[in-house]
Write a protein that binds this ligand. Structure first.
Ligand code: ATP
Length: 306
């Protein structure tokens, strides 16, 4: 029996590795728009994380040579702090996160993590150090448990459950017909945007990366879901260097620094209260969002009264 068990066990491992590799490829090309042209340098070394300080130094970038998207962006996220990037659609916010993952290379300038230029380190080690909660999470056609476990394959079942609890998705899973074994994704149960995002948060909690990128969903969530997700995000970002690509300003009031990006340039930076007091672009964006929210509430109230 032992003789049979060993090869079976090995095949199980192999199957898992192959499946993982296929998912990784899928993940990189489809989900994360990886650019396969970027390769490790021959002498690339693993990224060595000491504190998790992220630094952009005069970064310029263009997808096409005729149109520059980032025009000299510099900022530093100190270890364990949260920086939020806000600005109009198309300003280049998500591009910053793509460059941090090295899906693209800056045309000039440098991106450093703990003093190491990310173009000099092994890409696998870079991606291992960064956790990403994307705008729109793609679930694998597998069980919901598998989708959370994807964050870290060697996590014990208890750790998976704890991550789900912290991400506030455990109760939802508890109500599913087969619990953690319920198939999800295109061929299984379809989850809502908010549920998918919480699965992504659970995955990231399990992965436990020192650096975190949160690309906030643009789509409106109901206020209860939004609060739950915000709580889960706050929990996952505590003590980690975090870059938030924000669409709703209400979610980033507590950020250590807010950077306002417009047409690929930083036009303002400061804390929420500081930026409001200075009465510039951020204050105008804040007022516009508040008015839009008020108008939506009034409309909802009148509809309810009718
Ligand atoms: P949003 O708030 O709408 O998500 P954003 O500030 O995150 O916007 P980016 O996604 O960084 O903006 O895009 C910045 C600009 O780069 C946009 O004008 C966009 O059309 C362009 N762009 C984005 N991805 C590509 C690409 N793969 N090829 C060419 N241009 C691109």
């Amino acid at each position: 029996l032992v003789q049979l068990y060993i090869p079976l066990n090995f095949m199980g491992m192999l199957y898992r590795e192959i499946k993982q590799a296929l998912i990784d490829i899928d993940d990189m090309f489809k989900v994360l728009e990886r650019n396969p042209e970027i390769e490790d340098k021959p002498d690339a070394r693993p990224l060595h994380i000491t504190q998790g300080i992220v630094r952009f130094e005069d970064v310029h970038f263009a997808y096409n040579p005729e149109r520059e998207i980032l025009k000299g962006v510099s900022f530093e996220v100190p270890a364990g702090q949260t920086i939020a990037i806000v600005g109009p659609s198309g300003a280049g916010k998500s591009t910053i996160s793509r460059l941090l993952f090295r899906f693209y290379e800056p045309s000039s300038g440098r991106i450093l993590i703990d003093g190491q230029d990310i173009s000099d380190v092994q890409q696998a080690s870079l991606r291992k150090a960064i956790g990403m909660v994307p705008q729109d999470t793609v679930l694998f056609n597998d069980t919901i448990g598998y989708n959370v476990q994807y964050g870290r394959w060697d996590a014990a079942a208890e750790e998976v459950k704890e991550a789900a609890r912290l991400a506030q998705i455990d109760r939802f899973i508890g109500y599913l017909p087969e619990g953690y074994e319920t198939p999800v994704g295109e061929r299984g149960l379809k989850l809502s945007g908010g549920e998918k995002q919480r699965v992504a948060i659970a995955r990231t909690i399990l992965k436990g990366p020192p650096v975190l990128v949160l690309d906030e969903a643009t789509s409106a969530l109901d206020s209860f879901t939004e609060k739950e997700i915000q709580d889960a995000l706050d929990r996952v970002s505590r003590g980690r260097t975090t870059l938030v690509i924000a669409h709703r300003l209400s979610t980033i009031i507590g950020a250590d620094e807010i950077i306002v990006l417009d047409h690929g340039q930083i036009v303002e930076r400061g804390t929420h209260t500081g930026l409001l007091a200075s009465g510039g672009v951020y204050a105008a964006m804040w007022n516009r969002q508040r008015e839009a929210e008020k108008a939506r509430e009034t409309l909802k109230r009148t509809e309810e009264e009718e």
